[in-house]
Design a protein around this ligand. Structure first.
Ligand code: ARG
Length: 478
């Protein structure tokens, strides 16, 4: 951001009464948070307008001063929005920059705005307003990805795919079940973000620097004017509490971990070895050297960029961990971590949503892999259990059958068909559809299981939850 070194005539530093002479330029440079503060600007102005009205209601501003202040703040907002606002290297932070510009525009009335307010409660307010909006935007973006997961799951409700543990084929499931597992993870993220927003929905304004104010400012009225559900409790805590930022960054980190896992699945599935999915060209990248390459860079970046919110969480906790009560300038370092975590998470949500909407599922490849009869070894063991065999014994018998089939170079099903009598199986495995993956899934209809009816129920439940989240997003829009 270009700043001009010119001092503004008539606008001294806020502390010029106490400290004599100018600041060392290195101090100005080192202590400035202007660059990081920019996202706070609209919230700072909103807070200042509400504060000015509260001062007027308390009889601390006359009508003329109030009108001038509000109009001046409006103009500062316009300049910031238009990008014509000229920052100075002496501005220190967005709060001082706004006040300095306000003084240039309207003169003396600007000197009354900071009455009964400190930058400590001001920055806490700005951050909470920003964080409320961030929670909202993240819920909207997460619901967007859930919407695509659900839409794709609907079309793949009967597509067979192996379910894996240890990255080894384990049991057949439907692709819808796999996609809905990610829906479920994101649903918890959405709930967490909504709760985070609910917990942080308190106005710290009026806490002053640390001990409130002697002036008759109605905290509750300002809070409700700003759309908060209430006011913070303890004034010391109000100016130094960044728990809400930690929670939000944690929520981002967990979203990013979920996205990273989904990206990893898609990266694997996109390999020639799996070939379960193909990326559309518009979502793939090439190699500058190897002409044949088609690379999943977006997915790799979703996986790699998860490092940002994860490290932000550590960063923010580290900023906080040694602070004595109450505000300390260390807290200025919170913004870097908070903003970086939210920006990376939101960007990854949007990118993955776009990509997932267009990825091609190679159903034949998935089904071929899912029809491996070994994937039904567990069903065979459970079949024996249903005939009274103890599970450990059944496990042993089927294990032996798998080994023998392998030694004879046969598939498990053909080996069993030829030898089911010798093995002491109660009946011909084919008669009960034991080696049919679809029949195996039809046997799995408990709540949360991957059977076709259970999947239908899960799709309906997911749709209902998504409707609730979308209704929340619309309700909270401001
Ligand atoms: N830029 C500061 C921050 O982000 C604003 C608060 C400054 N307060 C102070 N006492 N110096 O924390």
């Amino acid at each position: 951001m270009p700043t001009s070194p010119e001092p503004t005539p008539g606008f001294a530093k806020a502390w010029s009464g106490r400290l004599e002479g100018g600041s060392n330029p290195t101090l100005e440079d080192y202590t400035s948070s202007l660059q990081e503060d920019l996202p706070l600007a609209p919230f700072d102005l909103e807070g200042s307008r509400a504060h000015a009205r509260a001062l007027a209601r308390a009889g601390l501003l006359d009508a003329d001063t109030t009108v001038k202040l509000l109009a001046g703040l409006e103009r500062v907002g316009d300049e910031l929005a238009a990008g014509s606002f000229q920052f100075l290297s002496s501005d220190e932070d967005i709060h001082m920059a706004v006040e300095r510009r306000l003084t240039e525009l309207i003169g003396d009335p600007a000197r009354r705005l900071h009455t009964g307010r400190s930058r400590n409660d001001q920055v806490a307010l700005d951050l909470r307003l920003w964080a409320k909006q961030a929670c909202w935007r993240l819920v909207e973006a997460a619901a967007g990805l859930q919407g695509v997961l659900l839409a794709r799951a609907r079309r793949e409700r009967l597509t067979l795919i192996p379910g894996y543990t240890h990255l080894q084929r384990a049991q057949p499931i439907h692709l819808a079940h796999h996609l809905l597992a990610y829906f479920e993870m994101l649903e918890r993220d959405v709930q967490r973000l909504r709760q985070c927003r609910q917990r942080l929905d308190l106005s710290p304004l009026g806490a002053g620097a640390l001990a409130g104010t002697t002036l008759a400012i109605e905290r509750a009225a300002v809070a409700s004017e700003l759309g908060f559900a209430g006011v913070t409790g303890n004034s010391l805590d109000a100016v130094s509490d960044r728990d809400f930022a930690v929670e939000l960054v944690f929520d981002c980190a967990l979203v990013a971990v979920h996205l990273s896992r989904l990206a990893e699945d898609l990266i694997l599935w996109n390999t020639r070895e799996f070939s379960f999915v193909s990326l559309p060209d518009s979502w793939a990248t090439g190699s500058s050297l190897m002409p044949q390459k088609k690379n999943p860079d977006v997915l790799e970046l979703v996986r790699g960029r998860a490092a940002r919110p994860i490290s932000s969480l550590m960063g923010l906790l580290t900023v906080l961990k040694g602070l004595p009560m109450s505000y300390n300038r260390d807290l200025q370092e919170d913004k870097h971590h908070l903003f970086s975590a939210v920006a990376a998470t939101e960007a990854s949500l949007l990118a993955l949503t776009g990509l997932l909407a267009e990825v091609r599922f190679n159903r034949e490849r998935m089904e071929l892999a899912a029809r491996d009869p070994e994937l039904l070894a567990t069903d065979l063991a459970e079949h024996l259990v249903a005939h009274g065999v103890a599970f450990r014994r059944a496990h042993e018998l089927v294990g032996q059958a798998v080994r023998q089939a392998e030694e004879r170079g046969q598939k498990l099903d053909s080996w069993l068909r030829s030898s089911w009598r010798e093995l002491g199986l109660p009946d011909d495995p084919d008669s009960s559809g034991l080696f049919d993956a679809r029949a195996a899934l039809a046997r799995r209809e408990q709540p949360g299981a991957p059977g076709p009816s259970a999947t239908e129920a899960a799709l309906r439940e997911a749709a209902a939850r998504l409707r609730r989240s979308r209704a929340w997003v619309t309700r909270q829009r401001r």
